[in-house]
Design a protein around this ligand. Sequence first.
Ligand SMILES: Nc1nc2c(ncn2[C@@H]2O[C@H](COP(=O)(O)OP(=O)(O)OP(=O)(O)O)[C@@H](O)[C@H]2O)c(=O)[nH]1
Ligand SMILES: [Zn+2]
Length: 185
Amino acid sequence: MIDEEKIKQGIRFLLEGIGEDADREGLLETPDRIARMYRELYAGMEESAKDHLLKTFHVDSNEMVLEKDITFYSTCEHHLLPFYGKAHIAYIPDGKVVGLSKLARTVEVFARRLQLQEQLTGQIADALMQYMNPKGVLVMLEAEHMCMTMRGIKKPGSQTVTIARRGVFLDSPVLENRFFHMMER
Ligand SMILES: Nc1nc2c(ncn2[C@@H]2O[C@H](COP(=O)(O)OP(=O)(O)OP(=O)(O)O)[C@@H](O)[C@H]2O)c(=O)[nH]1
Ligand SMILES: [Zn+2]
């Protein structure tokens, strides 16, 4: 559970740690602001993908569904810096689909936590498999990590691409190719 009081105390320490005067006028409200901001950035800590994926609609056709270019913002668990980009989700239904917005909501549930990109990709795929029961899921994330751009190795523009395949996508190059073909359209 998000504890705003703890966050406020922590931010005060952090400000002192970098040599700031936490009581100067410009910083007085900063711990409070950050506590409120963290409630938003880490809202996924208090949510479950299940809440979004249990309501389904019956379909007769089990053709691939692709929702692409879902913008997401997450935070790298190593440096607490943002990584952000696009998520692309494809799945092969098994007689039922979810509302399109629920795919983006599932991304949000897991992105709004401290993450590794590979883990985030896998968690989205696993949740879709578990709660929607499709024949297969493919999740691809493309993101820029600020810990790679504004510090350390400093390589702005570098993109990290991760993929998680589940179900029929694991052993069907044909389906995987169709995904990449649909991505280009
Ligand atoms: N696999 C993976 N690595 C990540 C992710 N986000 C950040 N990293 C990497 O985590 C690593 C942490 O490496 P460390 O050597 O422990 O920390 P560091 O000294 O800050 O590393 P540098 O970034 O190389 O300066 C770095 O190589 C980051 O690029 C991610 O989502 N996935
Ligand atoms: Zn990092």
